[in-house]
Design a binder for this molecule. Structure first.
Ligand code: GLN
Length: 248
């Protein structure tokens, strides 16, 4: 399954963030440590988004992280204090294309999904029936993750991020049991994440808040997030609460 990373802290090079640490996102793209049976490498493209004075910007590619020249030629000179990145391993049957790579975004929001929705697309048919048909016609990519983003984006119009994520996970697990739903959401000031089957760790001190599918270095301050939990993180602040299925 894919690997994702969210960073909030002092301004730093976006390119450096992807390669820093002995288990950087770059390393996780070709030698991940904790895939839990969901694939072996994350070579089906990548994406990175950052917030700056002009709002949210992103770069996505259908190339493996290690072979895209932007990693050395462009991204190192971009600096930001708020970043979301992901390296993709396409689920069997889903296309390898740039627009299928996280982060998905709208307004200030950026979103990534590590996992799979079982029996997609049939399993999401009923949930998607509530969405405006024009949104469905504009779906960025024919993948479970793009559909999850559409559903979450709608919930974010009604609820705060915690409740929107919990509501989405509850609804998708009811419709598609056995789904794997590690979700990551950012708005440039805060990060929210869920664990539902896959690995996730957090590193939070007074200056930084980082959530990552795998710790990117051996710093003992990384904290493994238990399965089926919701994370809210910003510098100096980490809250981890159980995701109660059925709660809405
Ligand atoms: N199922 C999604 C996709 O194929 C998520 C990728 C993943 O976690 N492997 O894009």
């Amino acid at each position: 399954m894919c690997r994702h990373l969210g960073y909030l802290g002092p301004d730093q090079s976006v390119g450096d963030l992807l390669v820093q640490g002995e288990n950087s996102l770059l390393n996780q793209s070709f030698a991940p440590r904790d895939m839990r049976g969901g694939g072996t490498i994350n070579a089906d493209g990548f994406g990175v988004g950052w917030w700056g004075a002009d709002g949210f910007s992103r770069y996505r590619s259908d190339q493996p992280l290690w072979s895209d020249p932007a990693l050395q030629e462009t991204l190192p000179s971009i600096h930001s204090g708020a970043v979301v990145a992901a390296a993709r391993s396409a689920t069997v049957g889903m296309p390898v294309q740039r627009t299928a790579c996280a982060p998905f975004s709208d307004d200030e929001w950026a979103f990534s999904h590590n996992g799979v929705v079982t029996r997609w697309p049939e399993s999401l048919g009923e949930l998607a029936a509530d969405l405006p048909s024009t949104d469905l016609l504009q779906l960025e990519a024919p993948t479970d993750s793009a559909a999850l983003w559409l559903l979450l984006r709608r919930l974010l119009g009604e609820y705060d991020p915690e409740k929107a994520l919990a509501t989405l996970v509850t609804a998708v697990i009811a419709a598609a049991p056995q789904s794997r739903l590690n979700l990551l959401l950012g708005n440039g000031q805060e990060l929210w994440a869920t664990t539902w089957y896959h690995s996730l760790s957090a590193f939070v001190d007074d200056e930084r808040a980082i959530v990552s599918s795998e710790p990117y270095d051996d710093d003992p301050n990384w904290q493994a997030i238990p399965d089926r939990h919701l994370v809210v993180a910003r510098p100096g602040h980490l809250i981890v609460t159980p995701l109660e299925i059925g709660a809405s």
